[in-house]
Design a protein around this ligand. Structure first.
Ligand code: 9D3
Length: 234
């Protein structure tokens, strides 16, 4: 998979992509990642990327021309892939959306800033708009790090052991069970006896029970038997 990210702050992304799983996947040739400076696609002396909003109001709006020039330069003839704008107005990123985008051969990610992006970019350049959650960021860059990480770890061969993905899909939709390592007692707090028992069946049952209990307490929306009606009606 090839991913191009366009931003006015390339350094915010470069560092995040040079570590851990993303770095290993790049080194192995599983993903090809490129970060581009939007200002390189301007044509004025001041490398201007924003301007005052028509109709007035506070803040600035990102100009359309640099986005169009950047994306049209990066899109490949044979496979343009999908162009994604990261914006608070987008559809919420979840694992299903990550899985769908991870199947693309090419992705171009646009990081918005300021008060917004000229509407013609959304309408005529972007295929989908994505948000990573209901909180306010200063721009799309941290969201791009999140999205790229979610996509890279879904690429075949990106994770160390295939075991990890098997386990993830097995327990999909449930929160994790509590985990312990040595020592068996720390400051008087003991590791549950069942984990030291050597009874693998009992350990499996205990873990599954804790997963369900924890999911019911913290994320009842994840339990399919208990679908939240308020999310499907308006
Ligand atoms: C004053 C502007 N805000 C009014 C509520 C809107 C706004 C525009 C741009 C708020 C934040 C931003 C910058 N954020 C992003 O570009 C962004 C984002 C986010 O803030 N939260 C979750 N996901 C994303 S993806 C991109």
């Amino acid at each position: 998979m090839r991913i191009d990210v366009i931003t006015i702050f390339p350094p915010l992304l470069a560092g995040a992509f040079d570590h851990s799983i993303i770095k290993r996947a790049r080194d192995r040739g599983i993903v090809e990642l490129h970060v581009h400076d939007l200002r390189d696609f301007t044509d004025d002396r001041h490398r201007t990327v924003d301007d005052y909003p028509y109709g007035g109001g506070a803040g600035m709006v990102m100009k359309p021309e640099p986005w169009f020039r950047a994306v049209e330069t990066l899109r490949s003839q044979d496979n343009p892939g999908r162009t994604v704008l990261l914006t608070p107005q987008g559809q919420r990123l979840d694992q299903a959306l990550a899985r769908r985008l991870a199947r693309e051969d090419r992705l171009i990610i646009l990081c918005g800033r300021y008060e917004g992006v000229d509407e013609r970019v959304r309408e005529h350049l972007v295929d989908e708009e994505i948000s990573i959650g209901d909180y306010v960021l200063s721009g799309g860059e941290p969201a791009a790090v999140v999205l790229v990480d979610a996509l890279v770890r879904l690429q075949p061969g990106a994770l160390g052991s295939p075991q990890s993905t098997v386990e993830e899909s097995f327990s999909a939709g449930l929160l994790e069970y509590p985990q312990y390592t040595r020592p068996p007692e720390f400051r008087g707090w003991r590791v549950p006896d069942v984990l030291l028992s050597g009874d693998h069946g009992a350990v499996e049952r205990w873990r599954r029970e804790r997963q369900i209990e924890r999911t019911r307490a913290r994320r009842p929306d994840l339990l399919s038997e208990d679908d939240d009606v308020s999310e499907t009606t308006t």
